[in-house]
Design a protein around this ligand. Structure first.
Ligand code: HEM
Ligand code: NAG
Ligand code: NAG
Ligand code: NAG
Length: 322
C-alpha cells in the first residue's frame, strides 16, 4: 500500500470538503472538535463578559436566536445589515427589534483570529443562546453545530413572526408551520422568563380594549393598574415598559406562575391559559421547574434544527455575505 503523502491524501481531503459544502449536512455535536476546539470557550467568555457589563444582553440574545430561526431557519439572516439595495431583516417591523448584535460581532472577530473561515455566525448565535440561558440559572445542553450562514435577509420576512396580539390558534399555526408542536409553543414561550417589553407591544390591552371591555378581561385587575402607570397616555418615555416576569434576569418557571395569576404581559402569553390545548402545559411547568427545563432543552434543540437554504456559507463578517 502506498504511504500517505501530501500528494495522495490531497484528493481525498478535497473530495470531503466539496461534499460537505454542497450537501445539506446534518448538524453534529462534535462538528468543531478537530477544526476549532476552542470555539465554544471563546463564545462563552465573550457572552459572559458582555452580560456582566450589560444585564440586558442575555434576554436580547435569546430573542435573537428565536427570530433568526423562525425566519429562513437558523442561518444568521438576522445579523445582516441593510444595504443600498436591500432592507434587511433587522430593519423590518416590528419596530422594537432585536439588539446586542455587537456581542456576536465580538465573538466572530475573536474566532476569525483563532480559526479563520471556520465558525458560522448561525452557530455563534445558537451557542450564545444556550449560554445566556445557562448563565441566568436555566438548563445547559449540548448544541448541535454545522449550520451555514444564509445569503438572504429581507425586512419583509419579519411579518411572518408571531405577533404579541395573536390568539392561541394563530400561535399554534405559526409554530406548526415550522414543525413545532403545541407543547413546543408553550415551552418556548417560557423564554419570556427573561427580559423586558416596551409599552407599544401590550398597551392596547390597557385602555379601550374592545367594544365590550375597556381592558383585556383576561388580565389581573391590579396588574392592569400597574401597567397603566408604567405606560401612561400620552407617554413621552420611549423606553418605558414592563419586565416579562417578576424575576426577569433569572431563567426560572416564574413566567408560568404569572400567567396563572393573570399577569402575562402580552395577549399571546395570557392566551396560553385560556385554551384547553395549552393550559395543562402551563400548569405543569408552573408546578415543576425541572420539567420546564427538560422540555425547554428539547424544544430549543428543535428550534435550532430549523434549516434555511442549502446554499449557505461561513460568513467572514456576520453583517454581510462574503
Ligand atoms: C410565541 C410567540 C412570541 C411572541 C408573540 C413574542 C413577542 C415578543 C415581544 C412583542 C417582545 C417585546 C419586544 C419589545 O417590546 O421590546 C418579546 C420579547 C422577548 N422575547 Fe418573545 N415572543 C414570542 C416567542 C418567544 C420565544 C420562543 C422566545 C425565546 C425562546 C422569546 C424570547 C423573548 C425574550 C428573551 C424577550 C425579551 C427581549 C429583551 O428584553 O430585550 N420570545 N417577545
Ligand atoms: C415604526 O415606528 C414609527 C415611529 O414610531 C412609526 O411611524 C411606524 O409606523 C412604525 N412601523 C411599524 C411597522 O410599526
Ligand atoms: C384567532 O384569531 C383569528 C384571526 O383574527 C380568528 O379568525 C379566530 O377566530 C381567532 N380564534 C380564537 C379561538 O379566538
Ligand atoms: C375608543 O375607541 C373608539 C372606537 O375605536 C373611539 O371612537 C374612541 O375615541 C376611543 N376612546 C378613547 C378614550 O381612546
Amino acid at each position: 500500500m502506498a504511504p500517505l503523502s501530501a500528494e495522495n491524501i490531497f484528493p481525498i481531503i478535497f473530495l470531503l470538503l466539496t461534499t460537505f459544502s454542497v450537501s445539506k449536512a446534518e448538524l453534529h455535536a462534535h462538528y468543531y472538535d478537530q477544526i476549532c476546539p476552542q470555539f465554544e470557550k471563546i463564545i462563552s467568555e465573550t457572552v459572559l463578559k458582555a452580560s456582566k457589563h450589560d444585564p440586558k444582553v442575555p434576554a436580547r440574545i435569546l430573542r435573537m436566536f428565536f427570530h433568526d430561526c423562525f425566519i429562513r431557519g437558523c442561518d444568521a439572516s438576522i445579523l445582516m445589515d441593510s444595504t443600498a439595495i436591500n432592507q434587511a431583516e433587522k430593519d423590518g417591523p416590528p419596530n422594537i427589534s432585536v439588539r446586542s448584535f455587537y456581542v456576536i460581532d465580538e465573538a466572530k472577530a475573536k474566532l476569525e483570529l483563532a480559526c479563520p473561515r471556520t465558525v458560522s455566525c448561525a452557530d455563534i448565535i445558537s451557542i450564545s443562546a444556550r449560554d445566556v440561558v445557562a448563565m441566568s440559572g436555566g438548563p445547559y445542553w449540548n448544541v448541535l453545530k454545522g449550520r451555514k450562514d444564509g445569503r438572504v435577509s429581507k425586512a419583509s420576512d419579519t411579518t411572518n413572526l408571531p405577533a404579541p396580539t395573536f390568539n392561541v390558534s394563530q400561535l399554534i399555526q405559526s409554530f406548526a408551520k415550522r414543525g413545532l408542536t403545541v407543547k413546543d409553543l408553550v415551552t418556548l414561550s417560557g423564554g419570556h422568563t427573561l427580559g423586558f417589553s416596551h409599552c407599544s407591544s401590550f398597551e392596547a390591552r390597557l385602555r379601550n380594549f374592545s367594544s365590550l371591555h375597556d381592558t383585556d378581561p383576561s388580565m389581573n385587575a391590579e396588574f392592569v393598574l400597574d401597567l397603566r402607570k408604567k405606560c401612561p397616555k400620552p407617554n413621552h418615555n420611549h423606553n418605558a415598559g414592563q419586565f416579562l416576569d417578576s424575576t426577569a434576569s433569572v431563567f426560572d418557571n416564574d413566567y408560568y406562575k404569572q400567567l396563572l395569576a393573570g399577569k402575562g404581559v402580552f395577549s399571546s402569553d395570557q392566551s396560553l391559559v385560556g385554551d384547553h390545548r395549552t393550559k395543562s402545559f402551563v400548569e405543569a411547568f408552573a408546578k415543576d421547574q425541572g420539567l420546564f427545563f427538560k422540555e425547554f432543552t428539547a424544544s430549543m434543540l428543535k428550534l435550532g434544527n430549523l434549516r434555511g437554504s442549502t446554499n449557505g456559507e461561513v460568513r467572514l463578517n456576520c453583517r454581510m455575505t462574503n
